[in-house]
Design a protein around this ligand. Structure first.
Ligand code: PBG
Length: 326
């Protein structure tokens, strides 16, 4: 008789556990980040992101084919231009690397995979900030909004089904929505990096895109303070009010409380970005033989889903999709 509660009954077999599982994880829950660099002859390995490359157009297509074959739902593209300037003008040039890559993927894969474009200026500016600078070196919010509108239209024109503003300028979603609508891209989806913390976990990403913030600067003037939780809801609600179709929390593992808050409070689809530093930490420990990397990856991605995210942007997309398909 004793004890009355016997939760272990339901843990006895794989089939029973699977029947009562509260959370699912499938390749269709993943979006894979991809880097494509201008002027490369061969794919260039990113050492702090083992298994990832700065791609050529050709190697990017091969990778997307592999992702489609294992059932990954989306890709998000980051362009690495050959030259940068003060304004980041290659970001909206119709012959800029991201636009060239988007056209190549649209032509080859059509709607077989959701094509997303990260919408920011930092990869394209000589100073590495996400917006244009005033003479005193601070980021000019409203001058940046106009440029984001141009980038959005260039990306939509090149075939992005989804644009994903990541620069954390106030009003960016509204400005981008207006620019897209005026240009006739009412169908283009906005995935807002609504809640993006000023995190130490973006290091490998900055290696991947060759971004160094001028004179040891940081993004604390526009990204969120990790000490704040309520503020996340305020940011996300503002983005939804401006027309965000999907909202994101970034990074993932250290902010699952925020994911759960947004899930409870908002009706829009929600995702989280398991960022470069999160991937690199798992890979580094696994390389030492200290943890089973794939098992930890599955545990972490499941946790993101359990907290309430509908899908996850992750560098583990292909590896875990392959494992889940075995
Ligand atoms: C900004 C951007 C960043 C990431 C995605 N978009 C870097 C930053 O804010 O410094 C980081 C993603 C990652 O670490 O995987 N364009």
């Amino acid at each position: 008789m004793f004890p009355a509660e016997r939760p272990r009954r339901l843990r006895r077999t794989t089939a029973l556990r699977s029947l009562v599982a509260e959370t699912s994880l499938a390749p269709g829950d993943f979006v894979a980040p991809l880097f494509v660099a201008e002027g490369l002859i061969e794919p260039n390995p990113i050492h702090s992101l083992p298994g990832h490359f700065q791609h050529t157009i050709g190697s990017m297509r091969d990778e997307v084919r592999r992702l489609v074959n294992v059932g990954v739902t989306g890709v998000i593209l980051f362009g690495v231009p050959a030259t940068k300037d003060e304004m980041g003008s290659a970001a909206w040039d119709s012959d800029g690397i991201a636009q060239v890559a988007l056209r190549a993927l649209r032509d080859e894969f059509g709607d077989d995979i959701v094509l997303m474009a990260d919408l920011c200026l930092d990869e394209y500016t000589s100073h590495g900030h996400c917006g244009v600078l005033r003479t005193d070196g601070t980021v000019d919010n409203d001058a940046t909004l106009e440029l984001y509108g141009r980038v959005a239209v260039a990306q939509a024109q090149a075939g992005a089904a989804v644009v994903a503003p990541s620069g954390m300028m106030d009003g960016q979603v509204g400005a981008i929505r207006a620019a897209l609508d005026v240009a006739g891209f009412e169908e283009t989806v906005i995935l807002a990096y609504a809640v993006k913390y000023a995190s130490g976990l973006y290091g490998p990403f900055r290696d991947a895109v060759g971004v160094e913030i001028v004179s040891g600067g940081d993004r604390k003037g526009y990204q969120q303070d990790p000490r704040n939780r309520r503020e996340a809801l305020r940011e996300a609600r503002a983005d939804v009010a401006q027309g965000a179709d999907i909202v994101m929390v970034k990074p993932a593992m250290s902010y699952l409380d925020v994911v759960a808050d947004l899930r409870r409070e908002l009706a829009v689809p929600l995702c989280a970005y398991h960022v470069s530093g999160e991937y690199a930490m798992v890979k580094a420990a696994a390389a030492q033989g200290w943890i089973d990397g794939t098992a930890v990856a599955i545990e972490q991605l499941t946790a993101v889903r359990r907290a309430g995210a509908d899908f996850v942007l992750t560098y583990f997309a292909r590896e875990v999709a392959e494992e889940l398909g075995r």
